[in-house]
Design a protein around this ligand. Structure first.
Ligand SMILES: [Ca+2]
Ligand SMILES: [Ca+2]
Ligand SMILES: [Ca+2]
Length: 123
């Protein structure tokens, strides 16, 4: 999925993407299939709070644009919020979060544990 997305922002619509069932893309945005929309959004939200400009990484932040290209911003915030609300964490996503927590550096995605924090941080 990542290679299909490239540097595109996230938004609804576009044309069907080859070899990616129910994925859509146009010149400035990518839309994954419904069952992973929330997963994708929570990953972005996690990166947004994880990357705050330290450790040689840019301060990644979500915004309301589909023309971010390589800038450290990812849109569309309103669409990502809708995707997160429409596809809440399921057993599979929670298990993956537990596994990542156990195996890799004890990082976990707080938005999988607390999806309600999305609207607390980005009202
Ligand atoms: Ca678009
Ligand atoms: Ca999902
Ligand atoms: Ca950030």
């Amino acid at each position: 999925m990542n290679s299909d997305r490239g540097n595109l922002d996230f938004d609804n619509g576009g044309s069907a993407v080859n070899q990616c069932s129910d994925c859509w893309r146009d010149g400035d945005s990518f839309e994954p299939r419904d069952s992973v929309k929330g997963d994708v959004a929570r990953m972005i939200f996690y990166m947004a709070v994880r990357y705050e400009g330290g450790d040689g990484f840019a301060n990644l932040e979500p915004n309301e644009s589909v023309n971010n290209n390589t800038a450290p911003y990812i849109g569309m915030l309103s669409v990502l919020k809708a995707w997160s609300a429409g596809d809440p964490p399921d057993a599979f996503e929670k298990r993956r979060n537990e596994r990542i927590h156990a195996q890799w550096q004890h990082n976990r995605n707080p938005f999988i544990d607390h999806p309600e924090w999305v609207t607390s941080i980005w009202p």
